[in-house]
Design a binder for this molecule. Structure first.
Ligand SMILES: Cc1cc2nc3c(=O)[nH]c(=O)nc-3n(C[C@H](O)[C@H](O)[C@H](O)COP(=O)(O)OP(=O)(O)OC[C@H]3O[C@@H](n4cnc5c(N)ncnc54)[C@H](O)[C@@H]3O)c2cc1C
Length: 453
């Protein structure tokens, strides 16, 4: 955005390679490409920012599995999120009409949903009526919505699994919004991922920045804003407490204190697998989906998501799993596969969750363990050591409850702008929050350009 506006842009990246939460690498064995952080990218497909960048010209190709998501149950079947609401509803038994009504309306109202999901909440809406309709369901708790909108376990479990991406207890608002937006994204754009690895997104963005004359300096951590001289604009892709440290006395004390008190959510514990063959799912439908949610019923998922907020570790954690190589075989040697899986844990937890994660996979795919050639494990401490933005392993850039979304990082009319002229925050700790959509940076850049003009 800044380079497009004709500014000379330098990106200072602390790590040895660009990408942050959007990287891939051979984490387990040679020839096996794993996504280090983000793996599934409906938000790239849906984002107004990404739509504005010609990433395909830089070789980015999104792969779309036949079904976005499968959610296996203990009876050996799986609920499947299909591209169409009607086909999805057909698998939900008694909740077929309710699902079609709820999601059909959201898909029709998508412009309003997109506005709510991918921009700051505090603004004059362009589609107030449709937004109001979405808000009635979205501002609820996922648990409340699932129980009132649906009667059967299948539809309730499907919504619960999607809502759990919020990392909120499902009894806390607005966990329903995350569930509804992810389901609607599945119907609007699918849940695709880049051919060759998530790092392809970063590679294409860096190529586009280069085409516009911008430069990325890697292995160049910034310890203090004083190092940067006096550029016209500084946009910081860091957490609020880190901004307070980097800016030091430049920031008014009151604002700095509020940044330091910023609230983070739970952490993540992640395991990457190199596999000898595809995952042997009991429910064959699971092999049609890029993402699989492992956690059984609404009640079980709700218990799992409550635990980290109480400082506890779920015995049967809700596991988010991606299986890219079924649809992008070049990510592994011929006939071999990868799996990417994580669960939520208390922020900063040192507990090794590899075994409970594996038990959950084994529960729905007996024989999985025998296919494992190698594992790579990352808990909160390792995630944060690799990328200081992942404070305590929180991959959403801060708690995503109502307070965390409305005052992100603090309550201000333009949340990207700091009290210091020319200094902006543009990380997932600003609206619309976590996820690979580029909208935090896009909106921060728009605010900065506006102020500078
Ligand atoms: C395990 C995991 C799984 C995820 N899965 C998904 C998913 O499937 N789909 C999805 O959409 N999202 C997913 N996410 C979330 C997504 O990756 C993040 O929300 C997103 O990357 C946040 O973007 P950001 O720009 O705020 O920060 P980041 O992407 O973290 O980028 C920040 C960059 O700033 C650099 N940096 C920080 N401090 C400094 C400094 N002082 N000096 C120089 N450089 C610095 C870091 O090295 C990093 O490169 C996942 C995240 C994790 C960790």
């Amino acid at each position: 955005m800044l380079a497009r506006a004709g500014l000379a842009v330098v990106v200072r990246e602390g790590a040895e390679e660009p990408g942050g939460g959007v990287r891939s690498g051979e984490l387990t064995l040679p020839g096996f490409v794993h996504d280090v952080c983000s793996a599934i990218h409906p938000l790239v497909a849906a984002s107004p920012f990404f739509r504005s960048v010609p990433l395909a010209e830089h070789g980015l190709e999104l792969v779309e599995p036949p079904a976005p998501l499968a959610h296996p149950l203990d009876d050996g079947s799986a609920v499947v999120l299909e591209r169409s609401p009607a086909a999805t509803a057909a698998g939900l038994g008694e909740d077929e009409p309710a699902y079609e009504r709820l999601l059909g309306a959201l898909v029709r109202d998508w412009e309003a949903v997109e506005e709510a999901a991918l921009a700051p909440l505090v603004r004059v809406p362009r589609h107030p009526v449709a937004l109001g309709r979405f808000g009635l369901s979205a501002l609820r708790t996922a648990d409340g919505l699932a129980r009132s909108a649906f009667e059967g376990e299948r539809a309730r479990a499907l919504l619960a699994g999607c809502a759990a991406h919020s990392m909120l207890p499902l009894e806390r608002r607005p966990s329903a919004a995350f569930g509804l937006v992810l389901l609607a994204l599945g119907h609007r754009v699918g849940w695709p991922f880049p051919r060759g690895g998530a790092g392809e997104i970063a590679r294409a963005l860096v190529a586009e920045l280069g085409r516009l004359g911008g430069v990325v300096e890697t292995g160049a951590p910034v310890a203090s804003l004083a190092e940067l001289g006096s550029p016209r604009l500084i946009l910081c892709d860091v957490g609020p407490p880190a901004l307070a440290r980097l800016a030091g006395e430049r920031l008014p004390e009151r604002y700095a204190r509020r940044l330091e008190r910023y609230r983070y959510g739970p952490g993540a514990f992640k395991v990457d697998y190199a596999l000898d063959g595809p995952i042997p799912w009991t429910a064959p439908e699971c092999a049609r989906a890029g993402t699989v949610h492992l956690g059984g019923t609404l009640a079980e998922i709700a218990a799992s998501e409550r635990a980290p907020w109480r400082g506890e570790h779920a015995e049967r954690p809700f596991v988010l799993l991606a299986q890219h190589t079924l649809f992008d075989p070049a990510r592994a040697p011929e006939g071999k596969h990868t799996a990417w899986a994580y669960c939520h844990v208390p922020r900063g937890s040192p507990v090794d969750m590899a075994e409970p994660i594996e038990a959950q996979i084994e529960r729905f795919a007996p024989g999985f363990r025998e296919r494992v050639l190698a594992r790579h494990v990352m808990g909160p401490a390792k995630l944060e050591a690799e990328n200081p933005n992942l404070v305590g392993g929180d991959l959403n850039g801060g708690a995503a409850d109502l307070r965390g979304l409305l005052a992100r990082p603090v309550a201000r009319p333009v949340p990207y702008r700091t009290p210091v002229r020319g200094l902006y925050l543009c990380s997932a700790a600003t609206p619309p929050g976590g996820g690979v959509h580029g909208m935090c940076g896009y909106l921060a850049a728009r605010a900065a350009l506006n102020d500078a003009s």
